[in-house]
Design a protein around this ligand. Structure first.
Ligand code: SF4
Ligand code: SF4
Length: 178
């Protein structure tokens, strides 16, 4: 496997990184997941994102050099358009990540765990910007189209409601163990 295996501290920590944000893909992770029969690249990416068991979402961040659109793991209760998305990674279970270490996106494989929890991300934002540059326009156009649609038809509000209900249920469940 290329990257870092989770350390012993990860089982104790129970995936704080995965509760903060789904890990970032590199384009090679996306390309591996595409079905090349689904037409042009934009259509292939849309089919991948629209899959009912879809794992990925488009997100972005801004750097001095510009805005980087990329894919990351989707968050529970949210869909394939990442907007200040709260929640935790859709692949996180009570027993850890449901993906094998080899199948995890590059941002997960290149996160080096540390016993003091000052874990180090070796897949840098600069590298992500460079890697995703050839796909940025396509991802941006999908993001803009569906962001407008989901805002208009109330999908984002439903996602937020589902997330808060999920959070409440999780808190209630944890209370039972106290
Ligand atoms: S990488 Fe760090 S934050 Fe993530 S589970 Fe391991 S110890 Fe926790
Ligand atoms: S894919 Fe696995 S390692 Fe990456 S954020 Fe999700 S649960 Fe964590």
């Amino acid at each position: 496997m290329q990257g870092y295996k989770p350390g012993a501290e990860c089982s104790e920590c129970k995936g704080q990184c995965c509760k903060d944000k789904g890990c970032s893909l590199a384009p090679e992770d996306m390309l591996k997941a595409l079905n090349k029969e689904d037409g042009e690249l934009r259509d292939q990416i849309l089919t991948l994102l629209n899959d009912e068991n879809g794992l990925y979402a488009i997100d972005y961040f801004s750097e001095e050099a510009g805005t980087c659109f990329y894919l990351r793991m989707r968050h529970k209760c949210y869909n394939f358009i990442g907007v200040d998305a709260m929640g935790e990674c859709v692949a996180l279970t009570e027993t850890g990540c449901s993906l094998s270490p080899e199948k995890r996106p590059k941002g997960g494989r290149y996160l080096e765990s540390k016993p003091d929890r000052q874990c180090v991300q070796h897949y840098s934002r600069e590298q992500m910007c460079t890697d995703w540059a050839p796909y940025s326009d396509i991802l941006k156009s999908i993001w803009k189209e569906y962001h407008a649609k989901f805002e208009e038809d109330g999908t984002f509000d439903k996602c937020d409601d589902a997330y808060f209900a999920w959070l409440k249920e999780k808190r209630e469940k944890n209370k039972d163990f106290l």
